[in-house]
Design a protein around this ligand. Structure first.
Ligand code: ADP
Ligand code: MG
Length: 678
């Protein structure tokens, strides 16, 4: 499609073209896709007798007499008249607008749109929108504006643009066959109806179509971007030894865990690489699933790499795997940035010559000087912490290795569907037997002493507790800083118990020591910053207290809470905050109500708004104009299906029927446009 410059559209000169540019409009195509932000509904009139004070409504009435002008003081003029409909009437006030007031002709009928108020027992309307009933659209579009361009002008320009853009022979962005299958209206109807709908119903139909179109464009584009030749892998796992491993476990796997392992084993038997996402809420037991697959790889003589986002987590996985493989002949090595240079060198050597079969590590695994002998399995934990690029880098260390990514679903389902749309999905939707719901309470700081007593009662029973604070050192009186707090508790409230401190500024070795002491029970109460947010697993910890809880996002609170309730003991999460803000309260309320990570992630998106998710360059999702990923889940699904159908039939989008979709994808993903359309 050729790009028609703006200045050829009637009503647009050099100057207006510049103003339109400010709104992100550069072409005819942009102009017709510049959607109203709302509508004035003139299709639904209210009679004066049905008025409800303080409500916005639209009504038809006759001007009782020529508006009377009254200059209250310099610069403040008021025009008054009466609007009549049969036996009812409303007082009309117009401030400072001679143009609007003097245009009203006595005895003529007009449409009025505005808020009705009650003044000394009479209905009143002030500075309403006034329209001529013969000339008005049923629903008048209201566009986002910029100084120098009024709504009337933009409406007019867009009307002219639609006249050029829409023609009988125009093909549709959505191929006809799919349009019929998913009951979507034609583009020309949608364009007309989104700009000036004949009724709310027509608007609904048009919106649905554009949301579908946008999500279809987005998902098809994402698929093409990510499409890679999956190729073949030389690492087919001939033997399935997972049962040998499972029989050594101290617990019975949940069915969901068994299914997840079975899915992976099936994938790795094929000669195309596994590409799977295992999603399971915090505490669902993902690590052991990874262990089973790693075990199987090792038994098939293949190297595995297991990457975690933090040092603490890498060390924890290292010790978990070491313990899980204790009774087998498999050894595990660790590579993180915090090892000594000598140790690193030694490990890298062993990786290169193939002596090390299983390596656990942090980002250190993807540095340039790390080479593998036969890397055939790559696992990344808490996937959301890594960018797509980092995942790719580790894969690049092997030749088409099998990949498994594990995530505790902090990303709402709609978004993960789009970002990870190229991965096969397994969901672990079951917690290990005997887990109890974590009771969650939101309290203010006056409860602190009571909470301390509650913690002590549990420490007496050889259980453990966390207190999480937002900061390391006190620099703001209001916030509870971890360091000072730990000191205070050690000296005062908990002097008969052992209190530990953990924060991100400590050396990795120190952190490791603290975590080990907490795991063994040498430390009973751990005061920490959010370094323990992800993945840390100590089954005996049963109380999670979060200070200044208003400082944390919903998903983060859920992750923190996930540090308790990991054994069979009853666990508690206590959110302490004196903050009464609406948003904070909404977060606490949802935390107290549910422990379901999926629900929390969706709610988080709703509260924070999608901006946060799209803002991150990492996600690679372009800005959307009309679709809302918090609300349009059904359409996400349908359009995903449609996008698969299209690519199956026409992988390169070469067919005529997909020509316009291809252009739409280019437009949506072009950076230049993304940056102008803020
Ligand atoms: P996450 O899914 O949050 O990564 P982990 O893999 O850390 O969870 O497992 C949480 C805890 O549950 C660990 O202590 C682990 O040993 C334990 N666990 C895992 N699977 C089972 C099971 N089937 N039965 C009992 N405990 C289990
Ligand atoms: Mg984990």
């Amino acid at each position: 499609m050729t790009v028609t410059p703006l200045k050829y559209i009637k009503g647009v000169g050099e100057k207006r073209a510049q103003l339109l540019n400010k709104l992100g409009i550069f072409s005819l195509d942009d102009l017709v896709h510049y959607f109203p932000r709302s509508y004035l509904d003139f299709s639904n009139l209210t009679e004066i007798k049905d008025f409800i004070p303080e409500e916005v409504c639209c009504f038809k009435a006759t001007v009782g007499y020529t508006p009377v002008k009254n200059e209250i003081r310099r610069g403040l003029t008021i025009y008054k008249t009466l609007l009549i409909d049969g036996e009812y009437s409303v007082n009309l006030n117009i401030f400072n607008s001679a143009y609007a007031a003097e245009g009203l002709v006595e005895g003529e009928e007009y449409l009025f749109y505005g808020k009705i108020t009650l003044n000394r027992g009479s209905f009143e309307i002030t500075n309403p929108i006034i329209e001529n009933p013969d000339a008005v659209k049923a629903m008048q579009p209201i566009y986002p504006l910029t100084a120098g361009l009024s709504n009337k002008i933009i409406s007019k320009i867009i009307d002219n643009a639609l006249g050029i853009y829409i023609n009988d022979s125009m093909s549709d962005v959505i191929p006809d066959e799919l349009r019929r299958k998913y009951s979507l209206c034609h583009e020309s109807f949608a364009l007309k109806s989104i700009h000036s709908p004949a009724s709310p119903h027509d608007l609904e139909i048009a919106r649905k179509r554009f949301i579908f179109e946008e999500l279809l464009t987005l998902q098809t584009g994402m698929k093409i971007l990510k499409r890679r030749n999956r190729g073949y892998t030389s690492f087919t796992f001939d033997k399935d030894c997972s049962e040998d491993f499972i029989s050594t476990l101290p617990f019975t796997l949940t069915n969901a865990q068994k299914n997840a392992i079975a899915d992976c084993i099936k994938d790795t038997k094929k000669n195309t690489p596994m590409n799977r996402l295992v999603q399971g809420d915090v505490g669902s037991g993902k690590t052991v699933v990874a262990a089973a697959v790693i075990y199987n790889a090792a038994k098939n003589g293949i190297q595995s790499a297991f990457m975690a986002p933090t040092d603490i987590l890498a060390r924890q996985h290292f010790s978990t795997l070491t313990k899980l493989f204790e009774s087998t002949d498999i050894t595990v090595d660790l590579l993180t940035g915090s090892l000594t240079a000598k140790k690193k060198k030694e490990i890298k050597e062993k990786l290169k010559n193939g002596e090390t079969k299983v390596i656990v590590g942090t980002h250190a695994l993807i540095s340039d000087d790390v080479d593998f002998d036969k890397l055939g399995l790559v696992i990344t934990d808490e996937q959301h912490r890594f960018g797509v690029r980092q995942r790719g880098l580790l894969n690049g260390k092997g030749i088409n290795p099998h990949t498994l990514v594990m995530s505790a679903t902090p990303i709402p389902r709609t978004i993960s569907l789009i970002i990870y749309g190229d991965l096969d999905l397994t969901v672990i939707d079951e917690l290990p037997k005997g887990r109890q719901k974590i009771s969650t309470y939101a309290v203010d700081t006056s409860y602190r002493e009571r909470i301390y007593a509650f913690i002590k009662k549990h420490l007496e029973r050889n259980l453990r507790a966390y207190i999480v604070c937002p900061l390391v050192e006190e620099n703001d009186g209001e916030l509870t800083a971890a360091k000072q707090y730990a000191q205070k508790l050690t000296e005062k409230n908990f002097h008969n118990y052992s209190v530990g401190l953990l924060h991100g500024k400590m050396k990795p070795k120190e952190k490791e020591k603290v975590m080990a002491d907490f795991a063994s029970g040498k430390i009973q109460l751990l005061v920490s910053t959010t370094v323990i947010e992800v993945g840390v697993d100590v089954p005996e910890s049963v109380i999670m207290v979060i200070e200044n809880a208003e400082r944390f996002g919903l998903s983060q609170l859920h992750q923190l809470r996930g540090r308790v309730g990991r054994g069979s003991e009853k666990s508690y999460c206590i959110l302490i905050s004196d903050n009464q803000g609406e948003n904070a309260k909404a977060r606490f309320e949802i935390m107290c109500r549910t422990c379901d990570g999926f629900k929390i992630a969706d709610k988080d998106l709703e509260l924070r708004g999608p901006g946060d998710f799209f803002g991150s360059r990492q996600s690679g999702i372009p800005k959307l104009k009309i679709a809302d990923l918090t609300e349009n889940m059904d359409i996400v699904h349908e359009s995903k299906q449609a996008s698969e159908e299209i690519l199956r039939k026409d992988p390169m989008l070469k067919l005529e029927e997909n020509r316009r979709l291809k252009v739409a994808i280019k437009n949506l993903f072009s950076n230049e446009k993304g940056s102008t359309l803020n």
